[in-house]
Write a protein that binds this ligand. Structure first.
Ligand code: HEM
Length: 656
């Protein structure tokens, strides 16, 4: 408060310039849950750029893309710093350990340069097909344990990212935990040290938040160093008989080029790679979860996506290379990111010197927030912005429509990935993961509401639900040139025709799309036979397989598959209490998010149905083959006592 009073006293405005509008005084009334709704609602009241004093700091909130571009991109020399985060043990701006949170210094420049190179190289190589590989495991896990869909989606992303970072998926669980703990550390609503910075100046024995952070920081460092050392060892002397050749990874690229890129220590490179891993580990899972939410509440669009997938891919899973041929899938992804931005408050920039914008004064040291939640709801750009409608990217009558459809809609350079010099370095990975991951899910499944969850909001209630009997009449139609734009490919048969064409699978497909609550792949006799007598694989080398008798592995698969059923555990009791003023609706079931920076929908009820039994059989077979080839390694335990660890290292408690 004293700091605030001092600051306001000192500020004399230049002539002809006014202060930004905004709520007066030091505002403590920002809710912990869905905090962005408070900032969004202030924007409705005070305009597209306003300021508010939070804990003695001037925060500027921007709700329009044009203003964010004007300031954060066009004036990036002034607006590319990051604010200080008190709850971290090492200074986020200067320690070289937190690339996304660093000041614009020499370390940031070389780490960013390295980031660009490793991203470009892995993009050129199709991200080494890791998303395609891991999507087989994703589908198998969704079939086997649909209740744990959140876990399966997060694991998919963490495994791809772990493969990219270190050439192995075994670090996936650790990477997820590192990401969760760092999120706690950096979130204003997370670690107590961010609310009471004084706690971070006390000795560890008197300050539990300080001790928690010190252990987190030690564990993070040890993890990154261990992974780097292992990659180094494998590449310099691959172990004979280990069954798996060393793979390309961001770490191997770093080790090969560190002198060229000017890295004084290997540790800095370990952090630079690790931060790319952490940045990707959970963020991408959030839109995959929101995609499930959207399709459950807006089922009337699903047939458009299924139609495109069946036409372009037929009985194989979608691949990254299908991207130009699948505008509908890209539209579903883009609309999901718009509707439920993974980082609704954006990542803040900080300003270096005083500035004037549109007659308003912005003091040096202001913390600038491109408020993605509001930017994605600009009523001049989006018709009915709170509703999820992927066709607005595909129908020319919408202002969001853009050609050529081989490229648009795209998420590249979308405001969700930030602005100017600090723009996200992971757009390519995100696009590949979402395209392949969501595409494969939609190839295999359809989403259905369960009656007790009801309609999301009053507006949503007006959206006509999919009536299977009247499906043809209720279809949302796309223009012909969108539907048929993939030349040389036939228009897909209607669902009933597919069933007929599949001959033997017809009756199973009908079962699969019945109203039954079950979602298990009814493995055909042929598939059971092939599972019981898998094709002889020349490379059955993986340690886990070698130690497991084949029959017990097979029966495990069968029992896992047989135990699958509809995802459903969360209850209305878990619904959020959105305390922001004028929040749309505390009862809106699509607004139940975790509390930290990333807007991840909490577990919710829906029904996942397999669209075609033969696909389920095919995925089970592929999973089996790949598992036997040692591709699907289990996550490993890094710390004592099953990761609980000891005083020095281990997993910290995280309430998300
Ligand atoms: C849905 C997924 C993702 C979203 C929404 C997202 C969003 C963002 C945003 C908003 C920023 C801050 C930009 C700014 O300050 O203006 C950022 C920075 C960054 N992102 Fe991402 N990101 C995603 C995935 C990834 C992935 C997969 C990686 C790495 C593989 C990554 C790496 C980074 C890095 C290194 C930065 C720091 C850039 C800097 O400060 O110079 N991100 N991201």
């Amino acid at each position: 408060l004293v700091r605030y009073v001092e600051k306001t006293k000192k500020q004399r405005l230049p002539e002809g310039v006014t202060r930004l509008p905004g709520p007066k005084g030091v505002r403590p009334d920002v809710p912990e849950k869905n905090s962005w709704m408070a900032f969004h609602n202030w924007g409705l009241e005070y305009g597209p750029i306003y300021q508010v004093n939070l804990a003695g700091h001037n925060h500027v909130w921007i709700s329009r893309d044009r203003i964010a571009q004007d300031l954060l991109t066009k004036r990036s020399a002034n607006y590319s710093e990051r604010p200080f985060i008190p709850a971290l043990e090492q200074d986020n701006r200067t320690s070289g350990q937190y690339l996304p949170l660093m000041s614009r210094n020499e370390l940031w420049t070389r780490q960013r340069k390295m980031g660009k190179q490793i991203m470009d190289t892995s993009a050129k190589n199709g991200f080494y097909a890791y998303p395609e590989l891991e999507s087989v495991r994703l589908l198998f896990e969704l079939m086997s344990e649909p209740k744990r869909y959140n876990h399966a989606l997060e694991s998919f992303i963490a495994r791809v990212t772990s493969q990219l970072a270190w050439g192995t998926s075994t670090a996936a669980d650790e990477l997820k935990q590192r990401a969760r703990e760092l999120l706690v550390g950096v979130s204003p609503t997370g670690a107590l040290g961010n609310k009471l910075p004084v706690l971070m100046s006390l000795p560890e024995k008197w300050s539990a938040p300080k001790a928690w952070e010190a252990r987190r920081s030690r564990t993070e460092k040890r993890f990154f160093q261990t992974m780097q050392a292992e990659v180094h060892e494998q590449h310099s002397a691959p172990k004979a008989g280990s069954g798996r050749a060393p793979r390309q990874s961001w770490t191997s690229m770093f080790l090969d080029n560190k002198d060229k890129w000017g890295f004084p220590t290997d540790l800095e490179g370990a952090y630079a790679v690790g931060m790319h891993g952490i940045a990707g580990a959970l963020t991408i899972a959030a839109p995959m979860q929101s995609f499930c939410l959207a399709n459950t509440h807006y089922p009337q669009y699903q047939h458009l996506l299924h139609e495109e997938i069946d036409r372009v891919c037929g009985d194989r899973m979608p691949r990254f290379s299908d991207m130009p041929d699948m505008p509908v899938l890209r539209a579903f992804i883009r609309e999901t990111l718009r509707w439920r931005p993974p980082l609704p408050t954006g990542i803040p920039h900080a300003s270096v010197k005083d500035d004037v914008y549109d007659g308003y004064f912005i003091p040096a040291g202001s913390i600038m927030h491109p408020l993605e939640w509001s930017i994605s709801r600009d009523p001049e750009v989006f018709t009915n912005p709170d509703a999820w409608n992927p066709t607005q990217w595909l129908k020319p009558e919408f202002p969001t429509y853009q050609e050529p459809l081989t490229r648009f809609p795209t998420i590249t350079s979308y405001s969700q990935f930030g602005y100017g010099r600090r723009i996200c370095q992971g757009m390519g990975v995100t696009e590949a993961d979402l395209f392949v991951g969501i595409g494969c899910m939609a190839w295999m499944f359809s989403w259905h509401a369960v009656p007790e969850i009801g309609a999301a909001t009053p507006e949503l209630a007006q959206v006509e639900p999919l009536d299977l009997q009247r499906r043809d009449e209720s279809k949302v139609l796309l223009p012909d040139h969108v539907r048929g734009r993939t030349t040389g490919l036939q228009t897909p048969p209607a669902e009933s025709e597919i069933s007929m064409q599949l001959g033997e699978t017809t009756s199973r497909s009908r079962q699969g799309s019945s109203d039954s609550a079950f979602c298990m792949p009814r493995t055909s006799t042929k598939a059971v036979e092939s599972i019981l007598t898998p094709p002889p694989s020349p490379q059955v080398k993986a340690q886990t397989i070698a130690e497991t008798p084949t029959m017990s592995l097979l029966s495990e698969i069968r029992s896992r598959v047989a135990s699958a059923f509809t995802t459903a555990t969360s209850s209305r009791a878990q619904q959020p209490k959105v305390s922001a003023r004028a929040a749309p609706s505390a009862e809106d079931p699509t607004m139940d998010f975790t509390t930290l920076l990333i807007a991840k929908p909490n577990h919710f009820k829906f029904e996942l149905r397999i669209r075609d039994q033969s696909k389920a059989d095919d995925v089970s077979r592929q999973w089996m083959d790949l598992k036997m080839q040692g591709e699907f390694e289990d996550s490993r335990v890094f710390w004592k006592d099953g990761n609980r660890g000891d005083r020095e290292f281990g997993w910290g408690e995280v309430k998300i």
